[in-house]
Design a protein around this ligand. Structure first.
Ligand SMILES: *[C@@H]1O[C@H](CO)[C@@H](O)[C@H](O)[C@H]1NC(C)=O
Ligand SMILES: *[C@@H]1O[C@H](CO)[C@@H](O)[C@H](O)[C@H]1NC(C)=O
Ligand SMILES: *[C@@H]1O[C@H](CO)[C@@H](O)[C@H](O)[C@H]1NC(C)=O
Length: 469
């Protein structure tokens, strides 16, 4: 059994030797491959699928070595590929990645490949190379990345009462390399029952008209999907503000103002501003009407002394008594009729025919920016005077113009205070009028006794002017 084996080996060696001798002469042909190949490799795998398949042919076949393929060379400075021979006889080869292929880094590669035959014998002496074929490899994408919004928070606004096609647009991107996995195919609003919709381009619109008063602000969450259905890991927050329709007028004030006795002066509308809705304004005329929720009933204020009334109403100190009890120095009340009262607080009666002319040195000619006028009066029925002004106090020009600098009067159920400032320049009169409604005057019942018809008023006119020139 030993002999045939030895013999076979001897023959094998002899054959090999003779083949080497022959092939040195017969490696006539270069291997042959196609002129170009197209390849595809999925990122993070290592085998390139080539079309056509990599097969090198050698016309020297079936001569050993000369007709066999020993190697493939890959040429290209940055090509991370190598080609291996799978079967020397058939010339089949395989193109493989030498290192992980990342589509996001490089999407395609172009390089050349060349087949080497095995030469004329062992050791590859006299090996021949094929021409260089161009290989074009595209990297197939894996949906590794999820969409990401360009911003975590978006905000927009919509006019109330309007349906807007695009209040704002959100935008997500995806780092995958292929259109399928990198494009955003769909956006979705996660928040339930929000009156908004989003389209495939990320435009957010409202599905119904919104009301500022009902809900001035909405907060919704949106997400995005790439075309491989991968969802954004983080949703985006969208703030939508409902813009109220601009209504021109005074804003920032309240109808009700609480005032307690002893509070001193209190600004009525400290935060009021005039909304002009960007229109132009040529002049502004304002009427402020004040009504008290409760006032002293009947003549109950009669029991207070004048001093305590002033204190109660927060009147400025340093007041001047315009109707003092008559004396040598203060004689302008001398001729007036009195109607009770105590020594220093006489009550005077006026019937529309007489008046007290207060000397200039007593009455202030010009009112300063802040002043108080206080008067207390019982108002009886005044037949025949209805519709006429009943002046309580007035300061007017000496000239015949009869222009009132300031004046306090009762007119048709109203107490009116008129104030002209800056009266030296006739061109820039700026009169201000203050009206107080006197409910009591209206309620006149002719059937009742005069005693009951008498109404009491205590007026305290406190004016603070802020000159904004
Ligand atoms: C190599 O290819 C030859 C010719 O096609 C075939 O006969 C042989 O079986 C193949 N060898 C292997 C290991 O597949
Ligand atoms: C008041 O006194 C002044 C002088 O002090 C006098 O001229 C004037 O007539 C008096 N008026 C009355 C009403 O008594
Ligand atoms: C009143 O004001 C005018 C102009 O501002 C001034 O000329 C006049 O002297 C003032 N009168 C008094 C009594 O202060």
């Amino acid at each position: 059994m030993k002999t045939p084996t030895v013999l076979a080996r001897v023959i094998g060696v002899a054959l090999a030797l003779s083949a080497a001798v022959v092939s040195r002469k017969v490696n006539k042909h270069k291997p042959w491959i196609e002129t170009s190949y197209r390849g595809v490799i999925t990122e993070n795998t290592d085998v390139v699928l080539l079309d056509p398949p990599l097969v090198a042919l050698d016309k020297d076949a079936p001569v050993p070595y000369a007709g066999e393929i020993c190697a493939f060379g890959v040429h290209g400075s940055d090509a991370p590929f190598e080609a291996v021979v799978l079967n020397r006889t058939s010339g089949e080869g395989q193109l493989r990645a030498r290192s992980p292929i990342d589509c996001e880094r490089q999407r395609e590669y172009t390089f050349t490949i060349q087949a080497h035959d095995c030469g004329s014998g062992p050791g590859g002496i006299g090996a021949k190379k094929s021409h260089k074929a161009v290989v074009h490899v595209q990297v197939g994408d894996v949906n590794e990345f999820s969409p990401m919004f360009s911003s975590a928070v978006y905000s927009g606004s919509v006019q109330e009462g309007r349906v807007c096609d695009s209040i704002l647009q959100v935008d997500a991107t995806d780092r995958d390399c292929s259109p399928q996995y990198s494009q955003i195919c769909n956006y979705q609003i996660i928040t339930e029952k929000a009156p908004f919709a989003i389209d495939r381009n990320g435009n957010i619109r409202n599905t119904e008209s919104l009301s500022f008063d009902t809900q001035p602000h909405y907060e919704i969450s949106v997400t995005a999907f790439d075309c491989g259905q991968k969802r954004a890991t983080r949703s985006a927050t969208v703030h939508i503000h409902v813009k109220p329709i601009c209504k021109p007028g005074w804003q920032g004030w309240s109808k009700r103002v609480d005032y307690e006795p002893g509070m001193g002066s209190k600004p009525l509308f400290p935060k009021m501003h005039l909304e002009t809705c960007e229109g132009t304004v040529s002049s502004v005329r304002t009427t402020v009407e004040l009504q008290t929720g409760h006032i002293g009933k009947g003549c109950d204020r009669e029991t207070y002394s004048e001093k305590s009334l002033q204190k109660l109403c927060g009147a400025s100190s340093g007041s001047t008594d315009l109707l003092p009890a008559p004396s040598a120095a203060f004689n302008w009340t001398m001729s007036l009729l009195t109607d009770g009262g105590r020594d220093s607080e006489l009550i005077f009666r006026f019937d529309g025919r007489q008046a007290a002319k207060i000397p200039d040195w007593v009455a202030p000619q010009n009112l300063t920016d802040q002043f108080t006028i206080a008067t207390w009066m019982k108002h009886g029925p005044s037949p025949g005077l209805r519709g006429e002004k009943e002046t309580l106090l007035c300061n007017s020009d000496k000239t015949e113009m009869n222009r009132h600098h300031y004046s306090l009067y009762v007119h048709n159920c109203r107490l009116v205070f008129l104030l002209r400032r800056d009266y030296t320049q006739s061109s820039s009169f700026r009169p201000a009028e203050f009206h107080w409604k006197l409910e009591q005057v209206r309620v006149k019942d002719e059937q009742k006794e005069e005693r009951e018809l008498k109404e009491c008023f205590f007026f305290l006119v406190c004016v603070t002017c802020h000159d904004k020139r």
